[in-house]
Design a protein around this ligand. Structure first.
Ligand SMILES: C=C(OP(=O)(O)O)C(=O)O
Ligand SMILES: [Mg+2]
Length: 433
C-alpha cells in the first residue's frame, strides 16, 4: 500500500490531490551537544517518515516559551521524559489521521491543547518537536526538499553567516561579559566562499591566540568558538581583527557581537570590563566600539526589558544591524512593541523560543513587512538537525547564526547550506547586506 501511494504521489501529483494522513508519531529522549537530554520526534505517513530534534538554550530569555524538564533525579533534573510522554500519550492521539501538509492547522491544534501563554502545560519542546517533524514528513510526502516546501519559488537566497569564533558569557568559563564575538563574511560572492573565508579566519585566530596566550586559549566553548582566558572585550576584538588581517580578508570580513546583556545586568547596572555602566554609559560604550572596529551587527546589547536602551542605540548607531533576541523571543507581540518604539531593526528567530513553525514564520513575516532584517538562529545546546538552514533559505532571511565553523552540531547547518546552494546551482544568490 505505501508503495502504491508513493507512486501515485510521484507520477500524478498534478492530476490527483491525494490526502497524506499522519499514521503514527513516536518520540524519544536523546542527548544534545552539552550532554543534556532533548527530544527526537518521528512523524509517520503512508508515504514517508519525518524526523526532527529539538535544540535548547543556556542564556534563555525570561519571556521564552517554556522548555518542559522533569525536575527529578534523572539527569540532574534535566530529563525530558514528561515532554516525550506528552507527545506519545496526548499530542499524537489528536494528530493521528490529520493531513500532514496542514501545518498551521496542526500547530494551532497543539497551541489550543496546551492552552497556556508560554506552552508550559505540554512543553514548548514537545510541541516544537512535533511541529518540525510534521513539516519534514509533509515535505517528504510531496517530494520536495524542506526549504522548497516551506518557501517555494522564493527560496533561492543564501544568508550571511554570523560565525561565533570567540565564546564568552554563559557559553564559556572565561571572564568575557560579551557572549559571542562573530565574523561576517560580507564580501563573498557565494555562500561557499563565505564559509571558506570564515574557516580561514577562524584558524588564523587559533594561531594568534596560541602565540599570544598559550595552547589552552584555543579550547572551545559551547558553540565551538575559542574560549581564551581573557576578560576584556577589546582584547578579544583585537585578536579577531588581527585574524581577519592575517587571513587576507580585511574589508571583506566584518565583525559583530551578541552581548546577551541580560546576563551581565545586575542591580540596575551593566557589569562589563570591570566597570558598572548605566544604560547611557553602555550606549556610549557601544558607539566607541563601532567607531574603532568594523562592527556591523549587535545582538541584545541591552537587557531583555530595557526597551529604552535598545531604542536609544538603534537611533544612534546608524547603519548597524541591532538584533533583538531575548528582547523579542520570536514573539509577534514583543516584536510589534519593538516596531512601535523603534527598538532594534532585526529579529533573531529561534524556533524553540516560540514553539511552532507557524508562529516563527508569523514573526518573520511581521519583521519583513516592517523592514526588520531576520537572523535565523541555533541554540547553544544543539543536535545535528540542520532545519534552521532550510528555514533561513525558505524565508530569504538575510542572516544565519549557527556558531563556529567547527563541531558537528554547528557544521551540520553550514554543510546543509552548502548542499542547498549546490542544488540551486546558478539560481542561488548570496545575500548582500
Ligand atoms: C544562541 C544563543 O544562546 P542560547 O541558546 O544559550 O540562548 C543566543 O543567546 O543567541
Ligand atoms: Mg542571543
Amino acid at each position: 500500500m505505501p508503495g502504491i501511494l508513493t507512486l501515485f504521489n510521484i507520477c500524478f501529483r498534478d492530476v490527483f490531490v491525494l490526502p497524506v494522513p499522519i499514521e503514527k508519531i513516536h518520540a524519544r529522549e536523546i542527548l544534545d551537544s552539552r550532554g543534556n537530554p532533548t527530544i527526537e520526534v518521528e512523524v509517520y505517513t503512508p508515504v514517508c517518515m519525518g524526523q526532527a530534534c529539538v535544540p535548547s538554550g543556556a542564556s534563555t530569555g525570561t519571556h521564552e516559551a517554556l522548555e518542559l524538564r522533569d525536575n527529578d533525579r534523572r539527569y540532574g533534573g534535566k530529563g525530558v521524559r514528561k515532554a516525550v510522554n506528552n507527545i506519545k500519550e496526548i499530542i499524537s492521539r489528536k494528530l493521528i489521521g490529520m493531513e500532514v501538509t496542514g501545518q498551521r492547522e496542526i500547530d494551532e491544534l497543539m497551541i489550543g491543547m496546551d492552552g497556556t501563554e508560554n506552552k508550559s502545560k505540554l512543553g514548548a519542546n514537545a510541541i516544537l518537536g512535533v511541529s518540525m517533524a510534521v513539516a519534514r514528513a509533509a515535505a517528504g510526502s510531496v517530494g520536495l526538499p524542506l526549504y522548497q516546501y516551506f518557501g517555494g519559488v522564493n527560496s533561492f537566497r543564501l544568508p550571511v553567516p554570523m560565525m561565533n569564533i570567540i565564546n564568552g558569557g554563559k557559553h564559556a568559563g572565561n571572564g568575557l561579559a560579551i557572549q559571542e564575538f562573530w565574523i561576517l563574511p560580507v564580501g563573498a560572492d557565494s555562500f561557499h566562499e563565505a564559509l571558506m573565508m570564515g574557516v580561514e579566519t577562524y584558524h588564523a585566530l587559533g594561531h594568534i591566540l596560541k602565540d599570544e596566550y598559550g595552547r589552552s586559549s584555543t579550547n572551545v566553548g559551547d558553540e565551538g568558538g575559542y574560549a581564551p582566558g581573557i576578560n576584556k572585550t577589546r582584547e578579544a576584538l583585537d585578536a579577531i581583527l588581527a585574524a581577519i588581517d592575517r587571513a587576507g580578508y580585511k574589508g571583506k570580513v566584518k565583525m559583530g557581537l551578541d552581548a546577551a546583556a541580560s546576563e551581565f545586568y545586575k542591580d540596575g547596572k551593566y557589569q562589563i570590563d570591570e566597570k558598572d555602566l548605566t544604560r547611557n554609559d553602555l550606549v556610549s560604550y557601544y558607539l566607541d566600539l563601532i567607531k574603532d572596529y568594523p562592527l556591523i551587527a549587535l545582538e541584545d546589547p541591552f537587557a531583555e526589558d530595557d526597551w529604552d536602551g535598545f531604542t536609544g542605540l538603534t537611533n544612534k548607531a546608524k547603519g548597524v544591524t541591532i538584533i533583538g533576541d531575548d528582547l523579542f523571543v520570536t514573539n509577534v507581540k514583543r516584536l510589534q512593541r519593538g516596531i512601535d518604539t523603534g527598538a532594534a531593526n532585526a529579529l533573531l528567530l529561534k524556533l524553540n523560543q516560540i514553539g511552532t513553525i507557524s508562529e516563527a514564520f508569523d514573526a518573520a513575516t511581521l519583521a519583513f513587512r516592517n523592514k526588520y532584517k531576520v537572523a535565523v538562529s541555533h541554540r547553544s545546546g544543539e543536535t545535528c538537525d540542520p532545519i534552521i538552514a532550510d528555514v533561513a533559505v525558505a524565508l530569504g532571511a538575510q542572516l544565519i547564526k549557527t556558531g563556529a565553523p567547527a563541531r558537528s552540531e554547528r557544521t551540520s547547518k553550514y554543510n546543509r547550506l552548502l548542499k542547498i546552494e549546490e542544488t540551486l546551482g546558478n539560481t542561488a544568490e548570496y545575500t548582500r547586506l
